[in-house]
Design a protein around this ligand. Structure first.
Ligand code: SER
Length: 314
């Protein structure tokens, strides 16, 4: 049997550090190569690679020397940091994608995963149960890069038959890895602060509803779309995927039922405008019907799971 060998670029980030272990459980640690721009302690047990995702030569050398057949390309600047470094965000998010898609086009790798985001939507998009196909006028550089990237993925698929697959992640919430540079990050920080200080000051307003998902569900959705038969993956831009939607006030109320002393206050900053431009909830009919997506965590289950796993740390 020929086993796939998988390169995960940006594996030191919030998704990557969880994904590499999920992949290793199925493919074996020897067949998963985590890569990041710097050495990451979490890569022990793996043979890892260190290179800048913008360095096409280093990427090519890693792919050929390890015999890589699949790439999960997760390196990106997210919505909040992207607004502070717009040129770098555009360069990193776009050029690194081209490097990966070109490797697939030239036949060096067989399959590509690339994440998109709810940030592809904008203030003119219908906010509630945002459909797969709708108005898309993203207002952040991150969102613009993800929207453009989706079209490039579809183009490489249509033109060169590149097997590229993608999900529009909502805010991702997990206890194993810290988030970095996103607008939805409050929904992770709140659990740490609730346990540490019984108090959290939220950078979004109390009534800002956003789509969110437990990291376990995000990893499962990622694995599902990558394992699905190619014929089931009918959308080669990116799929809406949904699990839950809540506001900071709603999340705080549930946390209070589990930690009665917990208190939340609000100090909205520049991230409020980003959140206001995004959907409140997502319709993921296509993902459900094409390849069987179904989330397992609701918001209550998410809160219980986060607090249960984080409690021993504090
Ligand atoms: N979680 C991401 C962000 O907030 C959305 O893709 O930037």
């Amino acid at each position: 049997m020929i086993t796939d060998k998988i390169l995960v670029i940006g594996a030191g980030g919030q998704i990557g550090l969880e994904l590499i272990h999920a992949l290793a459980a199925d493919y074996g640690y020897e067949n998963v190569v985590p890569a990041d721009i710097r050495d990451v302690p979490g890569f022990k047990n793996f043979t890892s690679a260190t290179f800048n995702a913008l360095d096409a030569k280093a990427l090519f050398e890693t792919v050929t020397s390890h015999g890589i057949t699949q790439i999960y390309h997760l390196a990106a600047l997210l919505s909040a940091t992207g607004e502070q470094q717009p040129e770098l965000a555009w360069k990193l998010n776009m050029e690194s994608l081209f490097h990966v898609l070109n490797l697939a086009k030239e036949g060096h790798i067989k399959k590509v995963y690339w994440p998109s985001s709810i940030a592809v939507f904008g203030p003119t998009t219908p906010r509630h149960l945002t459909p797969q196909y709708t108005v898309m006028e993203p207002s952040t550089i991150y969102g613009i890069s993800k929207q453009a990237g989706e079209r490039w993925c579809a183009w490489y698929h249509n033109k060169f038959n590149v097997d590229v697959r993608s999900l529009r992640y909502p805010g991702l919430i997990g206890w194993k890895t810290p988030p970095g540079g996103g607008t939805t990050d409050y929904a992770v920080h709140i659990f740490h602060e609730a346990l540490k200080h019984k108090q959290y000051t939220c950078f979004l307003k109390s009534d800002t509803a956003l789509p969110m998902m437990h990291m376990d569900d995000a990893i499962r959705a990622t694995r599902m779309i990558m394992e699905a038969p190619a014929s089931s993956v009918k959308i080669r831009g990116s799929y809406n995927v949904s699990a839950m939607s809540f506001t900071p006030a709603e999340l705080a109320n549930i946390i209070t039922t589990l930690i009665p002393e917990f208190e939340i206050s609000y100090a909205p900053d520049f991230r409020q405008a980003i959140a206001d431009s995004w959907p409140a909830s997502i319709d993921d009919t296509e993902a459900r019907s094409h390849w069987g997506w179904k989330p397992s965590f609701d918001v209550k289950g998410l809160c219980q799971d986060m607090l249960k796993h984080l409690k021993p740390n504090y």
